[in-house]
Design a protein around this ligand. Structure first.
Ligand code: ADP
Ligand SMILES: O=P(O)(O)O[C@H]1O[C@H](CO)[C@@H](O[C@H]2O[C@H](CO)[C@@H](O)[C@H](O)[C@H]2O)[C@H](O)[C@H]1O
Length: 472
């Protein structure tokens, strides 16, 4: 492969030769890199765009890089890891002859070979000139190479908004512009329609007040595929995220059930709006069996990757079998588009006490087609129940009663708005909670190995039939 980037003379192969040693060392240290604990075999450039050509002063490179990793024993999981998919990552690289001291923390490395030899490469998001360039490109609906910057023409985007990198625990990377907008740049790029753009756009049309409406977005057309690379939306100033709030209240020994109930109500509001905006389906016997099979397959895959799961696998499988059995009987459920990865960190509370939901990307490791399928809304409910459990286990001794109160209050709030209490479907709820805990085991093993004991404790509870949320 030696496609030209934008300037004659530089080919993608040559560019990659320049960057290879730097990326090899830098990528695995990034929070959003999903292949931790595995060496990198090689890189390929899916797309490379010079947003600003490297001159003697500075340049801005936009890259989509595919990272290949072998199947090796993983230190983090203590056993054989599954073959990793060759993930594609979005990188915004600043290129300068000399890095000013204020940008030192953004350093990726000094290039010693290839067409960029002699340049210093750094994370461009930390450079205000680069971030201003991105906002301006969205404002002006620029097209550069394969990149399409688009916007909602009805939304005003100011041209003088000071950018800053969001300091948050997140799977992607975000820039805040003057406390007015937030631009999320997706890191792991999967071709197709990203629900984090699709669903908020639909919800905005539906007049749903609980989800910030996209103002602009960044797309790339690569090999006939649409790729969603970023979304700009209003920044909800002064909001607190549910995870931080929950931890604060826990540490102070305060009850959180009033907020949990309000969160249940907000979740149901969003579910109702999604059900109005997009088709819903009734799940028949075959679909329920497929759902239960999918859960069992994910469990098997996770147990292969994380041996600590293995002692519980047989017991967990009975939960999924119970779900399939129920589907074979008279029970029927409605499926619709849902959030897909709902947890406390996705909920923002305004100073007036209103909750908003963000980040509709779904579980990043699932196929996009799967993430965009209608699903029982109880899956989101199960995600939130897990999140109360996560918060409770963040301290010693574990605040099990605190979590129990929140879980119950959340279901109550949900029922008040939706008319259906999730606890009335205990088999379904338990199956989805188990499926989520299995996902979390794999997620933590890949991203945050230190957190692995948290979902593993839930696995143990669910496998030994410990108390799930009881129906009242
Ligand atoms: N519209 C918004 N207003 C204010 N803060 C936001 C907004 N969207 C996201 N955030 C902040 O950014 C963090 C990460 O956002 P999120 O969409 O969850 O990204 P990721 O997919 O990377 O996890 C959130 O936890 C929240 O603190
Ligand atoms: O960052 P995303 O929102 O895309 O979600 C991923 O990362 C989450 C952690 O940041 C992870 O959530 C898990 O940890 C949370 C505490 O940090 C906890 O509240 C959630 O219940 C738990 O699932 C999420 O699973 C993952 O997809």
């Amino acid at each position: 492969m030696s496609e030209a980037v934008t300037r004659p003379g530089i080919t993608t192969d040559a560019l990659l030769a320049s960057l290879d040693p730097l990326l090899r060392a830098w990528l695995p240290r990034q929070r959003w890199f999903a292949g931790k604990g595995h060496p990198i075999t090689d890189f390929t450039l899916v797309a490379a765009t010079e947003l600003l050509p490297p001159t003697s002063e500075l340049g801005l490179l936009h890259l989509l890089v595919r990272v290949r990793q072998p199947q090796v024993p993983a230190q983090v999981t203590g056993g054989a890891a599954p073959a990793l998919p060759a993930d594609c990552y979005q990188l915004l690289l600043g290129v300068r002859r000399e890095l000013p001291p204020r940008l030192a923390p953004a350093l990726i490395g000094h290039v010693t070979r290839g067409p960029l030899a002699g340049f210093t490469v750094y994370e461009a998001m930390h450079d205000a000139r680069m971030s201003a360039f991105l906002l301006e490109a969205l404002r002006m609906q620029a097209r550069v190479g394969k990149l399409r910057f688009e916007r909602d023409p009805r939304k005003d985007i100011g041209d003088d908004l000071a950018p800053r990198v969001l300091a948050a625990e997140q799977s992607n990377s975000s820039l805040v512009y003057g406390d007015t907008f937030i631009l999320k740049l997706f890191r792991r790029i999967v071709p197709g329609v990203n629900p984090d753009l699709e669903l908020p756009l639909m919800l905005a049309r539906e007049g749903c007040a609980q989800v910030p409406a996209p103002a602009a977005w960044l797309l790339a057309d690569v090999a006939d595929d649409l790729n969603v690379l970023g979304v700009l939306q209003p920044y909800l100033k002064g909001t607190a995220d549910g995870w931080e709030m929950a931890l604060r209240e826990l540490a102070a020994g305060r009850d959180f059930s009033g907020e949990a109930r309000a969160l249940g109500r907000a979740t149901a509001d969003v579910h109702l709006a999604l059900a109005r905006a997009l088709p819903t389906v009734t799940l028949g016997r075959a679909q329920m069996e497929l759902i239960a099979e999918g859960m069992a397959e994910r469990l098997d895959a996770a147990a292969k990757a994380v041996p600590a799961l293995q002692p519980y696998a047989a017991a967990l499988r009975t939960t999924f079998e119970a779900l399939a059995d129920l589907g074979r009987g008279e029970a029927r459920w409605t499926a619709q588009r849902i959030h897909g990865d709902l947890h406390l960190g996705q909920c923002l509370r305004s100073p007036a006490g209103e909750w908003s939901l963000i980040d509709f990307e779904g579980e990043p490791s699932r196929a996009l087609s799967e993430r965009r399928m209608p699903q029982p809304p109880v899956r989101d409910v199960a995600g939130m129940l897990r999140s109360f459990d996560y918060a409770a286990r963040s301290r010693e001794p574990w605040a099990t009663d605190w979590a129990g109160d929140c879980r119950a209050a959340y279901c109550t709030g949900y029922a008040e708005v939706s008319g259906r209490d999730p606890r009335m479907d205990p088999v379904l709820l338990r199956a989805y909670e188990t499926d989520k805990a299995v996902y979390e085991v794999l997620y933590e093993a890949r991203h945050r190995p230190d957190w692995l004991p948290v979902p593993l404790a839930a696995i143990k509870r669910l496998a030994t039939n410990g108390p799930a949320t009881e129906p009242h």
